[in-house]
Design a protein around this ligand. Structure first.
Ligand SMILES: NC(=O)c1ccc[n+]([C@@H]2O[C@H](COP(=O)([O-])OP(=O)(O)OC[C@H]3O[C@@H](n4cnc5c(N)ncnc54)[C@H](OP(=O)(O)O)[C@@H]3O)[C@@H](O)[C@H]2O)c1
Length: 242
């Protein structure tokens, strides 16, 4: 059975994606920073007849990365899919407040640690295991709010949403997607960037348009596609502007 690890897999989009991949025959590893929440998510999938377990992964504690890599090495010897899904929006619950001149430096740093630095370091740590897969996939969960072109275009549908820390950390994540895809271009590992849509989760809020399941399904389809497009951020199969 192929093995997939999803960071922030205990709830929201990550949990929905874990379920979708389990239904497609993956052994699913839920990355969670909290033991009880990780265990509960894995138990829920197992109770539905799926192969699932959880691993402690806190993107603010890089020491958890090595332990997770060791556990995957010992148990499976390979990793087929890594989904860098865990993400935070720490600066404001108001989407139309421009935080650029007010975001405290520690909030900006923490946002980048979780959304960018942690994802980069974890991926680097797990790369040897992904390269052992004949069909490896790295999925970076981005957002339409990462698009500089849309932010610089008055009238675009993200123009007024200037949550600076969140947006710019995901722009950096997009740069990681492009650079990593280049680094791995002659290997069997594909790097995919995705925007899930506006999803009803804690982060997305109540006004969001789609359920985590509706968002997760096309991403799971992309992961199992034989030759997925890379070096783009995809939303429902279409590339978004950078
Ligand atoms: N919802 C949307 O509309 C939307 C739109 C575009 C992109 N996205 C992206 O989709 C991804 C998933 O978001 P979501 O909407 O599902 O958010 P969510 O429901 O708030 O879930 C966030 C997940 O990230 C985990 N997490 C937070 N800090 C972490 C840390 N330091 N280490 C490890 N895990 C951590 C959370 O764990 P705990 O349970 O322990 O807090 C939780 O599992 C994010 O990358 C987000 O930027 C979401």
């Amino acid at each position: 059975m192929p093995v997939a690890l999803i960071t922030g897999g205990n709830r929201g989009l990550g949990f929905a994606l874990a379920r979708e991949l389990a239904e497609r025959g993956f052994t699913v590893l839920i990355g969670a920073r909290d033991a009880a929440r990780g265990q509960q998510a894995a138990d829920t999938l197992r109770a539905a007849g799926h192969q699932a377990d959880w691993l402690e992964l806190d993107l603010e504690r890089p020491e958890t990365f090595a332990a997770a890599a060791d556990a995957i090495t010992a148990r499976f010897g390979v990793l087929d899919v890594l989904v860098n899904n865990a993400g935070v929006m720490l600066e404001s619950s108001e989407w139309n407040v421009n935080t650029t001149s007010t975001i405290p430096p520690d909030v900006l740093r923490r946002t980048f640690q979780i959304n960018f630095f942690g994802a980069v370091e974890l991926t680097q740590r797990l790369l040897p295991l992904l390269l052992r897969s004949s069909n490896g996939r790295i999925v970076n969960v981005s957002t339409i709010l990462a698009s500089l072109e849309l932010h610089a275009t008055p009238g675009s549908n993200t123009y007024e949403t200037k949550t600076f820390g969140y947006n710019s950390s995901k722009t950096a994540l997009n740069a990681f997607t492009v650079h990593l895809a280049h680094a791995l271009r002659s290997t069997s590992v594909k790097v995919i960037g995705v925007h899930p849509g506006w999803v009803k989760t804690e982060l997305g809020g109540k006004g969001a348009l789609i359920t985590p399941e509706q968002a997760a399904r096309p991403i799971a389809e992309l992961i199992v596609a034989p030759d997925p497009p890379t070096v783009v951020v995809l939303f429902r199969g279409k590339p978004l502007p950078w």
